[in-house]
Every structure is written in C-alpha cells, then in structure tokens.
Write a protein that binds this ligand. Structure first.
Ligand code: HEC
Length: 165
C-alpha cells in the first residue's frame, strides 16, 4: 500500500470513530440549510442565460465542420440551459399557474439534458432534432403564460425577431 492510500485509510478510520463517538450525544448540530432566493428578473435569465446559450448553440452547430472544441462548448451550453431551468423553478408566478410553470421548467430541463447527451455523440442531425425539441419546450411555456416570444431554431437570416409584439 502506498503512503497516500495509508493516509486515506487512517482518515477514514478517524471519520468512522467520530461518527461512532458522536452518536447519542445530545441533539445533532443544526445542518446548514441554504435558502434559495431568486435575485434576477425572469426576463434577465431568458436573455442572458436561456437565449444567449441557445443562440450560442446554434452558432456552434452551424459550423462546418464542427470541430471538437465546438462540440464541447455546445454541450456546455446545453447544460447551462438545463441549469437555467433549475433557476426558473425558484420563480414561479405568484398568483396562479405554478404547477404549469414547474411542468414547463422541468420539460425544458429534460430537453436540455437530452440535447447535451446528443451533443456528446457529435451527431449533427440528432443535435438539430434536440434543438427543435428544446425550442418546443421554451415555446410551450411562453404560450401558456402568453409571452409573445417564439423560439425558432436556426432561423433564416431575414426571419422576424423572436418577440412578436
Ligand atoms: C417556465 C416557463 C418558461 C420557459 C420554460 C422558458 N421561458 Fe422564456 N420567458 C418566460 C417568461 C415568463 C418570459 C417573459 C419575461 C418578462 O418579460 O418578464 C419569457 C421571455 C423570454 C424571452 C424574451 C426576453 C425579453 O427580453 O423580452 C426570450 C428571448 C426567452 N424567453 C427565451 C427562452 C428560451 C430560449 C427558452 C428555452 C431554452 C425559454 N425562454 C424557456 C418563461 C419561460
């Protein structure tokens, strides 16, 4: 056994000992429970995280050929979109529609995770299919909450802006 491994096993033994001896010694110390709070406006998350990464993904997937670094970047962008969905879950509408909000945010997260998995295989067609599935999940939430924003993946250069009004 190398020196390094011996240190690890010694410290594991120490942990086990601490766990054993702390058992039954009064109430456990209060666990740190971080309180998650929304800080930025939803609109800022849409612009700065969801849409920025969506656009970045499009740019990476329109490269020809797509080099390895662009695939890695694109996968990271999909994961950041998935993470944005987690942030959206901290910001449901106050009065009504909370269940729908959570459903849509969850579906956005699932689609973004699936997209990341597709990007890991470096298959362009699969990736583009994943982009349209993700855009559908964006638009379903926009439609439910009457947000006049239509996300169209890989728009033609002369396509109208995403916000319809
Ligand atoms: C859970 C619901 C929900 C999901 C999912 C969602 N959005 Fe949004 N989005 C909103 C709401 C609500 C607004 C309006 C925010 C505002 O103006 O206050 C909005 C607005 C936007 C806007 C307009 C921002 C502006 O400056 O006016 C863009 C762009 C946008 N979303 C992109 C996306 C993209 C891209 C996705 C998917 C990757 C997505 N959204 C998924 C709820 C959602």
């Amino acid at each position: 056994m190398s020196f390094k491994y011996r240190i690890v096993s010694v410290s594991l033994a120490a942990v086990a000992l601490t766990t054993l001896t702390s058992h039954g010694q009064g109430p456990p110390k209060a666990k740190v429970a971080p309180k998650l709070e929304p800080i930025a406006e939803t609109r800022l998350l849409m612009e700065g995280l969801a849409h920025a990464n969506f656009r970045g993904l499009e740019r990476n997937l329109l490269k020809n050929p797509i080099d390895d670094q662009s695939w890695v970047f694109a996968r990271g962008q999909a994961l950041l979109i998935a993470e944005t969905a987690n942030l959206l879950m901290l910001r449901p509408p106050k009065s009504q529609g909370q269940a729908e909000w959570f459903d849509h945010a969850m579906s956005m997260r699932n689609q973004a995770v699936q997209l990341a998995q597709r990007l890991a295989t470096k298959d362009v067609e699969q990736a583009k299919f994943g982009m349209s599935q993700l855009a559908n999940s964006c638009n379903r939430c926009h439609q439910t909450f009457r947000v006049p924003v239509d996300i169209v993946p890989f728009p033609a250069p002369d396509a109208p802006p995403v916000r319809k009004v």
